[in-house]
Design a binder for this molecule. Structure first.
Ligand code: GLA
Length: 394
């Protein structure tokens, strides 16, 4: 797909050719999984795959939106004065939600827009295609209407859309990574205070391989909410004796001293993951900064093991991919990324051994699971922005 194909489509759908182009990436999470809603740290990075939006202001109050990823749905149309969630508006509820909360917060949006979307992140693969649509929409409204929106505020509006408009109880990681991403850097974010720092991803002879299970994430949302509430219950039990606001406030030593307060074994395992994963995330930053890639890889592997055994969000597909990666010479570390229950895993792979490694993992996966996994090599790019006219990575 070329950018020129998007402009041809824009002309064909809207009969106009004066548009501006915007882009928001997808994200991977290096480490720090299921820690954001526990007030811990996360370490995501924005990738060069994402969502393009071609957009123009209209003279009237109509919003017209078209996605090349859902062509069968056609043009979705609504009015600026009616920004209620509408099931029939399908994917367009994400931009609609952004528009609604921007208006509610007093940002001056007087007219409608025509927007064409095209995304090259696989949907439902756990690379945050929905947060990418939210942020690309936020940025296009900001730029077309000459608004000044603090970027962290825009990120929070994205999360609000997800939580209140769409009804998924997710944390802030995805929108933050996509709104604040920086080329060749991971972002270490404290989800309690929103303090953050960029860490250059100096991977030496390695690159990041995304491995997609191609498993549909049917149970993902209900299981996600279940894990959240298990962590809340564990926290409540700890709070009977301890003055802590979140599991992310605890050190592993403190956890070991007080874990008996959590009477249910399963809740104890969930809390253990949240506390240890938070510590691993901080250790991963230190390892990366000091160029200790072997230690970084070890932490990734420990993260996956904890997500498999204690948090129980992996499943046979992700485990097969990750364990196949672990057994290959030239893999520094591998783990699931995102919410889990299907979706994607990442592996840090030695460049010159990559073809052999991918082939081996591919074979093991297909033999065990019965269908194919997909593999993408990614680069770490900037966060959501107006596209500068350079060649897009499709
Ligand atoms: C999803 C959510 C994030 C985060 C991850 C798990 O991607 O949207 O907020 O909780 O799962 O780390």
């Amino acid at each position: 797909m070329q950018l020129s194909q998007l402009s041809d489509k824009f002309r064909a759908v809207f009969n106009e050719s004066d548009y501006r182009t915007f882009f928001a990436p997808g994200r991977i999470n290096l480490i720090g999984e299921h820690t954001d809603y526990n007030g811990g740290h996360v370490f995501p990075a924005s990738i060069t795959k994402g969502t393009f939006a071609l957009a123009r202001k209209r003279d009237d109050q109509k919003i017209r939106m078209y996605s090349m990823n859902f062509e069968q749905v056609g043009v979705i149309e609504f009015e600026l004065n009616n920004l209620e969630y509408d099931k029939q508006h399908d994917w367009a509820n994400y931009p609609k939600g952004m528009l609604r909360y921007l208006c509610e917060k007093g940002y001056d949006i007087q007219t409608g827009v025509d927007v064409l979307y095209y995304g090259n992140i696989p949907n439902g693969a756990g690379l945050s295609s929905s947060a990418s649509i939210e942020l690309v929409s936020g940025v296009l409204f900001e730029k077309l209407f000459n608004l000044t929106i603090d970027r962290v505020e825009l990120v929070k509006i994205g999360q609000l859309v997800e939580n209140k408009f769409i009804g998924v109880n997710s944390g802030i990681m995805d929108q933050f990574a996509i709104g604040m991403g920086k080329e060749n850097s991971g972002i270490l974010l404290n989800c309690d205070t929103l303090a953050y720092e960029y860490a250059p991803l100096d991977l030496d002879e390695h690159f990041i391989l995304i491995m997609n299970t191609n498993k549909r994430r049917e149970l993902a949302d209900s299981k996600y909410n279940e894990r959240r509430s298990e962590c809340e219950q564990a926290l409540k039990q700890l709070q009977q004796k301890l003055d802590i606001k979140a599991l992310g406030n605890m050190s592993t030593t403190q956890f070991e001293q007080h874990k008996h307060l959590i009477t249910n074994e399963i809740l104890q395992k969930r809390a253990k993951h949240a506390v240890y994963e938070n510590e691993r995330t901080l250790q991963a930053l230190v390892a990366l900064k000091s160029g200790n890639l072997a230690e970084f890889g070890r932490l990734l592997n420990a993260s996956h093991t904890s997500l498999r055994n204690d948090y129980e969000v992996t499943g046979i597909e992700l485990d097969t991919l990750v364990e196949a990666a672990w057994s290959q010479d030239g893999v520094l570390g591998a783990r699931m990324t995102g919410a889990g229950f299907g979706g994607c895993a990442i592996a840090f792979v030695e460049k010159n051994k990559a073809p052999k490694i991918i082939k081996a993992i591919e074979e093991i996966y297909e033999k065990t699971i019965g269908y194919k996994a997909s593999f993408y090599e990614v680069s770490i790019g900037d966060g959501a922005k107006e596209w500068d006219g350079g060649p897009p990575t499709f």
